[in-house]
Design a protein around this ligand. Structure first.
Ligand SMILES: [Zn+2]
Length: 435
C-alpha cells in the first residue's frame, strides 16, 4: 500500500542566502496577492488557465518569477477561489433552509495571502543533490543548500520515494526556512494478523480523547488545559475584533496563526501518544457526522451561547484534524484506522447492549445502565463501544479479506443492519479476541 507523508527539512543558509530566499518568497506572495486581485476583477474566476493568460507576463516581468512559478501562482489563486466558491454555495444552501444562517463573506473582497509560503515543482524548481543538498530556484538563480531532517525521511528520499511539489516555508518564530517535501512511499499491505489489538477512540470536550483497547487498557487525555487555552485565545480575539484598528487586525492574524499551530501541535502529539500506547492496532474512530450533538451535550452549562457555539465549531474542526493525524501516522507505525459510525456509542451498555438515553443519569460523568446497573466512566463507555464496532470491522476483514474503512451512512437499509449487529455487541475482558 502507498502512504504519503511530509518530510520537514531544515535548510542551512547563510545570511546572503537567506536574503535571496526572502526576496523570492516575498515576490511570490506579492504575486499571489496581485493575481488574487486580478481574478477578483475577472468576476472572481476560479479558472486557472484564464487567470494565467491574464497575469503571466506581469508575473515574469514585474515580479521576476521564473516560468514554473509564474504558472504555479495562478494555479494556487484559482484553487483558493474554488474553495471559497464552495463555501459561498454551501452557505447559500444553508440559508435556503435557515434564513438566519449567515451569508458567507469570504469572497466579498479579494482573498489575501499572508503567509510566506512558496510552491516548488520537483525536478523543475528544486531537486536533490548528492551530499545531502537541495538545489532550489530563487529570483537570482539557483541555491545549493544543505538540509537536515528525520533520519527515516532522509532514507526514504535517498531510496527513491516518489517526491511531490514542495513548499518553501518561513518559520517566523524560529527565523528559519524549511522545505516541506511530500513523499509517497510503499508500505507492506496491512493484514488482520499484523494487528495485535483492537482499540476504540472517543472524543469530546471534557476529555479531548479517551481510548481503550478490548482488554481494558484505557487512555485519557483531558480537554481542560486545551479548552482553557482556546478560551484565552477567544477572549484575546474578541477584544482585538472590537478594536478593529489596523494594528489590531494584524495582531489578530498573528493570533489566529498561533492558535491554529497550538491546536495542530496538540493534535499531532496526541495522535502519536495514542499510536504508541497501542502499537500495531486496528483503531476505530467515530464517523465525523456524529460529533456535533456530542460536544453540544458536553459543553459547560454556564458558558454563554456564543462561547459554546465557538467551542463546538473548534471541537468539530479539531477532531477532524486529530483523525487526520491518526490516519496519516498509523500506517507508518503498522496500525490502521477505521471509521465506525457513532450512533448511540455513549448511550449503549457495553455489557448487555441495552441502549437508552437514561443510561446517563443527569448527563453526568458516569454511565449507569438502567437495566443491569453496569457503571463506568461515560467517556470510556464511548471508547469501548467504538472499539467493539472496530472489532466487527476486523472480523469482516478476516472473513472477506477486504477492509471496509468508512461505513456508508447514506444507505438506510445497511445502516439498520449494522445497528442491529451493534446491538449484539458485548464487552467483557474474557471475550476479548486472543490475537
Ligand atoms: Zn446494561
Amino acid at each position: 500500500m502507498k502512504a504519503t507523508l511530509t518530510a520537514k527539512l531544515k535548510l542551512h543558509h547563510t545570511r546572503e542566502q537567506q536574503a535571496a530566499l526572502d526576496a523570492v518568497t516575498l515576490a511570490y506572495r506579492d504575486a499571489l496577492n496581485d493575481t488574487s486581485h486580478q481574478a477578483f476583477e475577472m468576476n472572481k474566476t476560479s479558472n486557472a488557465a484564464k487567470i494565467q493568460k491574464e497575469v503571466y507576463t506581469t508575473l515574469r516581468e514585474r515580479f521576476g518569477l521564473g516560468a514554473q512559478m509564474a504558472c504555479s501562482v495562478p494555479r494556487k489563486v484559482a484553487a483558493t477561489y474554488k474553495t471559497l466558491w464552495t463555501r459561498v454555495k454551501q452557505a447559500a444552501a444553508q440559508r435556503a433552509v435557515n434564513p438566519k444562517a449567515r451569508r458567507y463573506k469570504g469572497l466579498d473582497t479579494a482573498p489575501k495571502f499572508v503567509s510566506r509560503t512558496l510552491s516548488y515543482q520537483y525536478g523543475r524548481d528544486y531537486s536533490f543533490k548528492t551530499g545531502q543538498q537541495v538545489s532550489i530556484a530563487t529570483l537570482a538563480g539557483r541555491l545549493m543548500l544543505p538540509y537536515e531532517g528525520y533520519r527515516k525521511h532522509l532514507d526514504w528520499i535517498a531510496d527513491g520515494a516518489r517526491i511531490g511539489a514542495a513548499q518553501l516555508w518561513y518559520d517566523t518564530r524560529k527565523k528559519q526556512y524549511f522545505l516541506l517535501v511530500p513523499l509517497e512511499i510503499e508500505l507492506p499491505d496491512p493484514e488482520p494478523v499484523t494487528h495485535q489489538q483492537v482499540v476504540g477512540v472517543d472524543v469530546g470536550m471534557r476529555y479531548f480523547a479517551v481510548a481503550s483497547n478490548l482488554s481494558g487498557k484505557a487512555f485519557f487525555k483531558s480537554g481542560k488545559e486545551t479548552l482553557r487555552h482556546a478560551e484565552r485565545f477567544q477572549k484575546a480575539r474578541k477584544s482585538l475584533q472590537q478594536k478593529g484598528t489596523r494594528s489590531a487586525v494584524r495582531r489578530l492574524v498573528a493570533l489566529s496563526g498561533r492558535e491554529r499551530r497550538f491546536i495542530a501541535d496538540v493534535n499531532s502529539s496526541l495522535a502519536s501518544v495514542i499510536l504508541k500506547t497501542y502499537p500495531h492496532a486496528l483503531i476505530g474512530v467515530e464517523e465525523l457526522t456524529g460529533v456535533r450533538d456530542r460536544t453540544e451535550r458536553r459543553s459547560r452549562p454556564n458558558s454563554s451561547e456564543q462561547t459554546r457555539k465557538a467551542n463546538r465549531r473548534r471541537a468539530k474542526w479539531s477532531y477532524a484534524e486529530l483523525l487526520g493525524f491518526l490516519s496519516y501516522k498509523a500506517p507508518l507505525l503498522g496500525s490502521t484506522v477505521v471509521k465506525v459510525d457513532a450512533h448511540y456509542t455513549s448511550q449503549t451498555c457495553p455489557k448487555y447492549g441495552h441502549c437508552s438515553r437514561d443510561n446517563r443519569p443527569r448527563k453526568g460523568l458516569m454511565f449507569v445502565c438502567e437495566r443491569c446497573g453496569y457503571q463506568l466512566h461515560a467517556d470510556l463507555v464511548g471508547a469501548r463501544n467504538v472499539g467493539l464496532r472496530a472489532l466487527l470491522v476486523r472480523q469482516d476483514w478476516m472473513s472477506t479479506g477486504r477492509l471496509s474503512c468508512a461505513p456508508d451512512v447514506s444507505d438506510a437499509e445497511t445502516k439498520a443492519a449494522r445497528l442491529s449487529r451493534y446491538a449484539e455487541l458485548r464487552w467483557s475482558p474474557d471475550t476479548s479476541p486472543r490475537l
